[in-house]
Design a protein. Sequence first.
Lengths: 167, 333
Amino acid sequence: MASRGDETLEDLYAAHFRGLVRLAMLLVADVGTAEEVVQDAFVAMHRRWSRLREPDKALAYLRQSVVNGARSSLRRRGVRERHAALVRVEEGVLPGADEHALVAERRAAVLDAMQSLSARQREVLALRYYLDLSEAEIARTLGISQGAVKSHASRGVAALRERMEDL
Amino acid sequence: MNEDDVRTLLDDAVSDVEPRPGLDAIRERTARADRSRSTWLWAGLGAAAAVVVVVGAVAVLGDSSPSPSAGPAAVGPSSPGAPATTTTGRPSAAAGATTVVPVYYVGATRQGQRLFREFHPAPAGDPFSVAADDAVRGNAADPDYRSAWPAGTTLNHAQLSEGVLSVDLGGPVRDRPATMDAATARLALQQLVRTVQGVAQQSVPVTFLVDGSPASTVLGVDTRQPVAATGDDQLAQVQIDDPVDGATVGKTFTVRGRAAGFEANVQWELKQGDTIVKRGFTTAQECCTLAPYEFKVEGVQPGDYTLVVHDEDASDGEGTGPSQDTKRVTVTE
């Protein structure tokens, strides 16, 4: 018989796995890495289950693990390889006249622009505009003040705008 | 571009991401984690784990004249004759960029919590940050080891620059959490001090920053001055460096580590469950200070074992002495 922890693990997986992988994708710009980061987060959550207990806390913990895991994996991957990955993405979607290619190009450009931001700006933008978390929730997730959330958000939006307008 | 535009852009950018189903992989890992907690960490590293074993050995040899003030002996990226991460058969893509770093964790001993060391692979480009990040995250291969840092702590950056070792943290780290005692807080800082000193192979005190700025306290510990490594009594008095937890070894294998036992005595047992399959003893190179030891375990039948190394004979033959380290090993033909 599955323990309560397993049931909740499955519920959380069903409800949030895809969304968290997409969140991670905004942070690391690579699907394989994003999947790994989210799997790691679920495994880590399972290990801490006795301390988390409530699904709300577990979800908050998952988000925090995804953000931290994304950061670690970018650090490990190294700047050179990260850049190479982005170049590959761009080459893969180079000019095609059809609409599909244009959409793919735009998506790659957004991920590229996200990678050009500071880690904090990227995290704040993803949590605020992708997950729609409140400033207070973002502050708790990242362990920074609400004031810092505000300033990273406004600078991040400005930088993103600049990058997208360059295109 | 207003806020809604950002929302639409980000939403759209990942709208085609359909992850492969991951529940089975997660289940398998948590099941394995329940059985033997963190071995999975090493499973994915493959040959990198072999680096750790090889280098662990080198590091111990390099430890042959330890002095209390010398800081932890360890393998840094620039150490002369450094272990050659080239000794692995790792695909060349990653081999050139990988080094091995010491990472300090907290583990329980009969004397209370002490620091234990593991060796982890890290990219040569930023070994300080990766080592410090591992220490903070507590992703030890040995499930008996953990991080003393509170959940939510992040490592922004760690470096050695112009002779200054610094660690930049993020998260709720200025004050000591109500649930943490002062000794544990000090030990958490020592985890990072020992780790980055070990990577640098220098015993210079470590400057603590929070979100890029000097911090007057970290976990309630005064950090207005750089923090030095406290004495070797913070370190576990018996440690196994090699094999690492979860390692697969041959029928005859060598065990290496550090111990500070009475008259330098080191006892060991190889167990299956409660049954002692083999036992023996050796002596560390010096008495009464943390000194290297090494011994061979010979002619073991294939199977899963627990290796126990401790510093005092157990009179009843059942228990173990006051300080010990354990590793699970799988013996194959």
